[in-house]
Ligand binder design. Sequence first.
Ligand SMILES: C[S@@+](CC[C@H](N)C(=O)[O-])C[C@H]1O[C@@H](n2cnc3c(N)ncnc32)[C@H](O)[C@@H]1O
Length: 224
Amino acid sequence: MEFADWTRRRSQGVPLAYLRQWQEFFGRRFFVDQRVLIPRPETELLIEETLRFAPDFPENVRIIDVGTGSGCVAISLALELPKAQLFATDISPDALTVAERNANAFKVHDRICFLTGDLLIPIQQKVDWILANLPYVAAQRWQQELSLAYEPRAALVGEGDGTGTICRLLRQALPLLNHPGRMLLEIGEDQGGLVKKAQSLLPGAEVDLLLDLAGLPRLLRIVV
Ligand SMILES: C[S@@+](CC[C@H](N)C(=O)[O-])C[C@H]1O[C@@H](n2cnc3c(N)ncnc32)[C@H](O)[C@@H]1O
């Protein structure tokens, strides 16, 4: 891309990550373009919280990353946990093309099973951990948020009030989780009410929130 074209597109609001075609995540550079969400620093919490439990993992722990986008979560874990078996799903075949490109670049393609489909529907076997950064922005808020205009709507806008896609995942999860099993789901800072929802959808599960440095909810943590 010519410099003049670059500056014109930047001044129109195209995110820098799309222009240079990379974004750093957990210390590594991932290829990104407009087919995928630009990985956010707050999503690194998902990785940090998972790695905290690595010493207790069963041999060949099975982890699924639902809504993988660029693949940043599944690929980071494949690199950090050489014995883990990873699955990565996305409803967008375009996003999976980007994720597989990144997996090839990091030489972990053979460690991750990439599957297209809705949430956990493509998964045929039980797993130990379910991780997800699914869309959770309400449609109305998305329309008002100009900074989000260049990223795929399907990566940002959650069903219903924004939490609907996460709630559907909660409904699908129980039959696919080993016991003990864990879920870590990124949520919006005003979506702490998902704790009660998760408790009602997963009876008997321990559910709490992981807060960020500002004291705002960032991750829904579930142990079954
Ligand atoms: C917020 S982005 C997260 C991407 C990546 N995991 C990250 O953290 O940068 C959400 C991803 O979920 C995918 N997605 C949306 N609805 C889905 C569904 N029903 N089933 C599977 N994936 C879905 C989108 O295509 C998008 O890639």
